[in-house]
Design a protein around this ligand. Sequence first.
Ligand code: UDP
Length: 238
Amino acid sequence: MAGALAYRRVVLKLSGEALAGEKGFGLDFTVIDRLTEDIRDVHKLGVSLGLVVGGGNMVRGSVASQQGMDRVSADYMGMLATVINALALQDILERKGVDTRVMTAIRMEELAEPYIRRRALRHLEKNRVVLFAGGTGNPYFSTDTAAVLRALEIEASVIIKATGVDGIYTRDPKKYPEAEFLPELSFQDAIVRGIAVMDGNALGLCKDNGLPIVVMNVNQRGAVARLLQGERVGTIVR
Ligand code: UDP
């Protein structure tokens, strides 16, 4: 049951790479198993939870277009990759007893519901985890932007960006061991200092609408649950 939660409704953004593990490509089911255990535990706290998953573990439109593909077609491939990822997450979450719905920004009703805001809200009220797939449904966007858009639509109070690092540092901590960890940052600072919290569109949307972002390490077991229970985890941008 819900104790005192720091956030009542959240959107968790998982990159496609988070599902690929060490391989960096495709799906690593050992990694997904661990991730979904964390998601199940977070859900058990009683938080209303939306998930947005990327597709970078399969196709990135910008990269495929540099290799000769038409950009728009490549972006649609990327959006389809997010649906594949969402179905994998759904399957494993449901095996762990979590009630879920996948909603797609591009209609494919044989396998998932189309995204309709009011239906998404209804699912959340019924305590289902909603997986928002297909990005925004438009080429030239990213799943970061999709995550912010959905978070605003469902009136989430925070967007949690799950990454492979503990949060935001003054420099890349993998290259510069002296890099300093920043527990908190303003939107303005992130933009002026060119810190890649999210892509520019997504960060701008958060800033304009006052939606805080927490950047945190997805590989730390239980970290999302601790954050939701009020512990200081990762970097908050607000
Ligand atoms: N994409 C798109 N529109 C969207 C969301 C995603 O065209 O609204 C495409 C784009 O080609 C992108 C790919 O899907 O490169 C995968 O998404 P993203 O790169 O955001 O995934 P992540 O980096 O989070 O794994």
